[in-house]
Design a protein around this ligand. Structure first.
Ligand code: CA
Length: 232
């Protein structure tokens, strides 16, 4: 993967954190542009080819949330939100407004690069759509055409709802999906608050695919946010 092909826009007003992010991305060979306000972020986005945006939610001029909404009116650029630890509600809102993932401050270089790599893999997969009918994570495979699920070479039987949930997670491998998003996608509009039903469905699915459902290897819980299908 030649990461130099990917240009990342860093929107962060804290000079130390901005420096830290730049350093980490530079070390991996990514190209980047760093700005410290929402206004400059917007002007870069319209004038430059940006592949990924790292967005701090607390900026001096704009609320990061408004930037996400504005950008989503005309761009699909992947957005990784950077927020402080006590902002679970904001993280969820950011994801529901169209952000792709989030990082919680303080974060390590490893976490930052892992999140960026997930997005890069998505971008590369989209560039080669032909092989998306069968997807796999470790020993867990799904055939989206035949609606089959295979675990360690053996086909397993899951309910249609469990299948829909697993397929949704597979279509978003590595990405955190909010509870509200999953409810909307699986049950439809109007069922946005039945988190109990989702928990029960998830428990059933985990019993069938996880060796130890209490310590899931495939589907992890993002506390206060939602769920994520591990991507490796
Ligand atoms: Ca800030």
């Amino acid at each position: 993967m030649s990461q130099i092909n990917y240009k990342i826009l860093i929107v962060e007003d804290d000079p130390q954190i901005q420096k830290f992010i730049c350093h980490a991305l530079k070390g991996e060979g990514f190209a980047y542009i760093a700005v410290n306000s929402g206004q400059s972020a917007m002007s870069i986005l319209v004038s430059e080819q940006i592949d990924i945006m790292l967005l701090d939610l607390g900026l001096p001029d704009f609320d990061g949330m408004d930037i996400i909404l504005k950008v989503r009116e005309w761009s699909e650029v992947p957005i990784i939100v950077v927020s402080a630890r006590d902002q679970d509600k904001e993280k969820v809102a950011a994801l529901d407004n169209g952000a792709d993932d989030y990082l919680t401050k303080p974060f390590s270089t490893l976490e930052l690069l892992a999140r960026v790599r997930v997005v890069v893999r998505h971008l590369e997969k989209m560039g080669n759509q032909s092989s998306t009918a069968c997807l796999a994570v470790g020993g867990l495979k799904i055939d989206l055409e035949k609606r089959r699920v295979i675990l360690d070479e053996i086909e397993i039987h899951i309910t249609p709802m469990e299948y829909n949930l697993l397929a949704l997670l597979f279509k978003n491998i590595g990405k955190v999906l909010t509870t509200a998003f999953i409810l909307r996608e699986i049950w439809g509009v109007g069922y946005g608050t039945d988190t109990q039903a989702l928990r029960a469905l998830m428990a059933g699915l985990r019993r069938k695919i996880e060796k130890n459902p209490a310590k899931p290897r495939y589907i992890t819980t993002e506390i206060g946010v939602g769920y994520r299908l591990a991507d490796e």
